[in-house]
Design a protein around this ligand. Structure first.
Ligand code: SF4
Length: 84
């Protein structure tokens, strides 16, 4: 049985993602080596920045075209505008 929500239950961005995208995000997170995963608190911190960013459009970064959750969940992930 697959795990349910793994990270950042309070993040508005994640809560507003379509269910299939959220499921896919969590699947990708589980596929990452643990050493490559950002911590819950780091993901949360990053997504809080995205929530108020002018480049955020419903969880997609208009600067890079990625779902911000995909970038935020990797330890070495970064913001294309260097906001985190
Ligand atoms: S530019 Fe950076 S802070 Fe803004 S939405 Fe994209 S990843 Fe998030």
């Amino acid at each position: 049985m697959e795990e349910n929500v793994i990270f950042c239950r309070q993040c508005e961005i994640l809560n507003n993602l379509p269910k299939d995208v959220l499921d896919y995000t969590q699947k990708l997170y589980r596929l990452l080596d643990e050493k490559d995963r950002a911590t819950d608190s780091l993901i949360s911190q990053r997504l809080k920045v995205c929530e108020t960013c002018e480049k955020n459009r419903e969880g997609t970064c208009q600067s890079c075209g990625c779902y911000v959750a995909f970038r935020a969940m990797k330890k070495e992930g970064n913001c294309p505008m260097k906001k985190w």
